[in-house]
Design a protein around this ligand. Structure first.
Ligand code: C2E
Ligand code: MG
Ligand code: MG
Length: 385
């Protein structure tokens, strides 16, 4: 993979110095002295070194534009201000789900910069084209058409036992194979489905696809457990456990091969009904996972009341373990908490070897992330195995 890097800094001399250093570290490096120009380029880069203090478009504005435009790049922030400014810029970038791999204060030690670059695990991102930036949001009618005409597809991301590196299962992640727009990410249509009351229809079709896939794998001699994301909007029908059990029975599958992932923030309303449904799902043998743990409002109350079998630590903590002591302590505490409650603990968002090995050391059970494997179509996953 080609390693590309761009330095965005109005200080021409400083930017050139960093670019030269990056070239020494094996990067194809370029410089941009005005951030506005970056957004006009079509090229994407693996790493962006971004100065926070620039006269025309400052670093915070760049972060905002990257975040809102869905641009993905591994960011290194540079600032001449004190550490707290860097820290809040980092937090802002995290809010936009941007990937920060380091930060540097000016004056800067070049050797430190080179060392930082060589430790980064390069991830290949695709820069959204300007056309896509301006693309209109999808409509409910389009989504309904997509469900009916089988345009939704499931990708599967491997989950491994961190102690043995063996596959424990996969997470099914939905994508919309749009005939014109190409592959659309769930972030662009899940909320819409929830808002217009289409979630039951959507989840029913996802469950059907996942069950058929488990069955297909079974016929190939592969026993692969699948985790499926369900929305809180799905946990309102009291007959859900029976419906699901029936589907499973029709294929002669074991309910243990399915885990339902529920995000904690989504579960806040109507606790009585969800408690009823979720408890019966557990009784019937399905796995229940609390997804994105640590980001909702009253995680501990939910953990206490709902019989989850698995806790999935939110990716924002996992991704920052190396750089952020607090994030690391939160991960460690989640592992302990899950084990005290006899739950399996999963870390998602593992993007490099160092994080994977610290999680292993912390005793985390299962790992998932780009470093282990990206979400891929079923056929590719079978090949990967
Ligand atoms: P989630 O359930 O927390 O899924 C994890 C997301 O993180 C996935 O994004 C996955 O591609 C991404 N991911 C995995 N490993 C890494 C990593 O190492 N680094 C980074 N940066 N990202 C990683 P995706 O597929 O775009 O899904 C986003 C969210 O959309 C999911 O978050 C889930 O809440 C929702 N979603 C996806 N599929 C479904 C579905 O079938 N039904 C429902 N109700 N929601 C779904
Ligand atoms: Mg999930
Ligand atoms: Mg998650």
């Amino acid at each position: 993979m080609k390693k590309t890097l761009i330095v965005i800094d109005d200080d021409q001399q400083f930017a050139n110095l960093l670019a030269t250093a990056a070239s020494t570290a094996g990067f194809e490096a370029s410089v941009c002295n005005d951030a506005r120009e970056y957004f006009q380029r079509e090229q994407s880069y693996s790493i962006m070194v971004l100065d926070l203090n620039m006269p025309t478009m400052d670093g915070v504005e760049v972060i905002r534009r990257l975040g809102k435009g869905g641009h993905q790049v591994q960011l290194i922030l540079v600032s001449g201000y004190d550490a707290s400014v860097l820290h809040s810029a980092e937090k802002l970038a995290e809010e936009y789900h941007l990937n920060i791999v380091g930060s540097l204060s000016k004056p800067l030690q070049i050797s430190l910069f080179i060392k930082m670059l060589s430790a980064i695990n390069i991830i290949e991102y695709v820069k959204p084209s300007q056309r896509q930036d301006q693309q209109q949001a999808v409509t409910a009618a389009e989504l309904s058409h997509a469900i009916k005409h089988q345009q939704l597809v499931l990708f599967y991301q491997p989950q491994i036992n961190l102690q043995t590196n063996k596959l424990t299962g996969v997470e099914a992640l939905v994508r919309w194979q749009h005939p014109v727009r190409g592959l659309i990410a769930p972030g662009e249509f899940i909320a819409l489905a929830e808002n217009v009351g289409m979630m039951d229809q959507l989840t029913a079709s996802i469950l059907k696809m996942a069950i058929e896939q488990i069955n297909l794998w079974k016929k190939q001699g592969l026993n692969i457990a699948v985790s499926i994301n369900v929305s809180a909007k799905n946990i309102t029908s009291l007959s859900l456990p029976e419906q699901l059990t029936e589907q499973i029975n029709n294929h002669g599958l074991d309910p243990g091969s399915i885990t339902l992932e529920i995000t904690e923030s989504a579960l806040m309303g109507e606790l009585k009904t969800s408690l009823d449904i979720l408890t019966r799902l557990r009784i019937k043998g399905f796995g229940l996972s609390i997804d994105d743990f640590g980001t909702g409002n009253s995680s501990l109350v939910l953990l206490h009341r709902i019989p989850f079998s698995e806790l999935k630590i939110d990716m924002s903590f996992v991704k920052n373990m190396q750089r952020d002591k607090d994030a690391c302590s939160i991960v460690e505490t989640c592992v302990m908490l899950a084990h005290k409650l006899d739950m399996t603990v999963v870390a998602e968002g593992i993007e490099n070897e160092a994080i994977q090995s610290s999680l292993k050391q912390l005793g985390c059970d299962i790992g998932q992330g780009f470093h282990i494997g990206r979400p891929v179509p079923a056929a590719e996953l079978t090949a990967w195995l």
